[in-house]
Design a binder for this molecule. Structure first.
Ligand code: C2E
Ligand code: SIN
Ligand code: SIN
Ligand code: FE
Ligand code: FE
Length: 405
């Protein structure tokens, strides 16, 4: 049983890693990745519980990733399963018992049947499936994890073992505690943003959820193009999503009269708005974590432009009152986080309704972004954006303003 002991030690090391992740999506990504590596599984997904439903929350599939580089779009698909004995995932959530099934298309006498929805949209064949509950230390089921299609060393599909089941179940219990913590962090951030937006009701939490997701997906593409190591990409994305979500919190310091003005701003009013990146940077300036540091950076730089015509520019002291606008930062003087969030934010502003403007047609928005490449935007960031445009669309559908009026 030396082998078994070795695998448990490995699992404990992985659990330790989970405790360093802040963002819920980054965490689900790592949990699934580790559970799959551990069992040599080709695919997997995580469902989190909301009331009496399981919400599809994360997915990975190596086979699909090989065919379609933008398979990240499946991460943003929206579908739910009711918690009852009719589906595999529902059954596991309801009973709290793991299930090990050699071929989900061959289920006969069971109350649960496999839902082929995902296989159909993705043209995939799910065969062996290991489904485990995500249970917290208080015994609450917060979701389920499904690990799909175990592969042998020579690439054949084989069944999961009882040993896999025990180990993944053990890992899932530890993962659940980390998930609960990260979910709470996300909720606190969303509440904080909502407070700033009570004053700007047209901009719901959807806007910041979209900007956060666009930013990490654009970064992912950009970073792969630059051959940044996978591990560094993961770490950066964990912090970037949260920082991107907080890009406009500095607007709390700008008066409602200006923010809610239905029409165009006067030059004087726009000068006041131009201080919001600096107010945001002040909020995070006592940097105690990478998270504060990156949030300050994104806030300060998201209105700079590649050609140097943005604001607030180079500033010696962010505490002077009134805020002194400096000479615009140019090109790579602007940190990559700022270059990415600039594009994500403008795309979302143009394609959405604002108190001061109607939404633009998609074609017009895309033409605008193309024409601003090398002017407002970093050309490499624009390229990454277009390369993953179907992911961008999936994100828009997931966090649509129409759905929650
Ligand atoms: P926001 O609404 O989040 O807009 C973010 C950025 O999207 C803008 O930064 C701008 O670069 C781009 N954008 C938004 N709408 C348009 C548009 O109609 N045409 C073009 N070409 N670009 C657009 P910007 O301009 O620095 O504005 C920063 C913030 O100032 C805006 O954030 C918004 O809160 C406020 N703001 C800007 N213009 C107006 C306005 O005319 N009326 C009001 N009430 N607020 C404005
Ligand atoms: C199920 O557990 O039956 C649903 C899982 C899926 O469709 O991926
Ligand atoms: C606007 O066009 O309504 C304001 C935004 C801008 O000019 O950049
Ligand atoms: Fe802004
Ligand atoms: Fe914004």
């Amino acid at each position: 049983m030396a082998l078994r002991k070795h695998r448990i030690e490995e699992l404990l090391n992985i659990t330790e890693k989970l405790n360093h992740i802040k963002d819920i999506d980054a965490l689900l990504d790592l949990i699934l990745y580790e559970a799959r590596s551990f069992t040599s599984a080709e695919a997997g997904s995580i469902f989190l519980r909301e009331g009496n439903f399981l919400k599809f929350s994360y997915v990975q599939n190596d086979a699909l990733a090989k065919i379609d580089e933008t398979n990240n779009k499946y991460i943003y698909s929206i579908f739910e399963i009711e918690i009852n004995e009719h589906s595999l995932a529902g059954y596991v959530a309801k009973t709290g018992e793991p299930l090990l099934i050699p071929d989900v298309y061959q289920l006969k006498e069971t109350s649960y049947q496999f839902n082929k929805h995902f296989d159909e949209i993705a043209h995939y064949r799910t065969k062996s499936v290991l489904t485990v509950p995500l249970i917290t230390s208080q015994g609450t089921v917060i979701g389920v994890m499904q690990i799909i299609n175990k592969k042998s060393k020579d690439g054949r599909l084989i069944s999961f073992t009882k040993e896999d089941m025990r180990l993944v179940n053990f890992f899932a219990n530890n993962a659940s505690v980390a998930i609960e913590r990260a979910r709470m962090t996300r909720e606190i951030i969303l509440r904080m943003i909502k407070m700033t937006e009570l004053r700007d009701p047209k901009e719901t939490g959807n806007h910041v959820n979209r900007v956060g997701s666009y930013a990490i997906e654009i970064y992912d593409r950009w970073a792969k193009q630059k051959h940044i190591p996978e591990k560094d990409i993961r770490t950066y994305k964990d912090t970037l999503r949260i920082a991107a979500m907080l890009h406009d919190v500095g607007k709390v310091a700008v008066s409602d009269m200006i923010l809610k003005k239905p029409g165009k701003l006067t030059p004087e009013e726009f000068r006041i708005i131009q201080a919001h990146p600096v107010y945001g940077a002040r909020l995070f300036s006592d940097s105690v974590s990478d998270w504060d540091t990156l949030s300050a950076e994104v806030s300060l730089n998201h209105h700079e432009k590649w050609d140097g015509t943005g604001y607030p520019g180079h500033i010696k002291n962010i505490y002077t009152d009134p805020v002194q606008i400096g000479p615009g930062k140019k090109g790579e003087e602007i940190p990559i986080s700022g270059r990415i969030v600039a594009l994500a934010d403008v795309y979302d502003a143009l394609i959405s309704r604002r108190v001061y403007k109607e939404p633009w047609d998609e074609e017009k928005v895309l033409a605008h972004i193309r024409s601003e490449s090398s002017k407002h935007f970093d050309p490499d960031v624009v390229e990454a954006f277009f390369a993953i445009y179907d992911v961008i669309r999936a994100i828009r559908a997931k966090y649509s303003d129409e759905e929650n009026p």
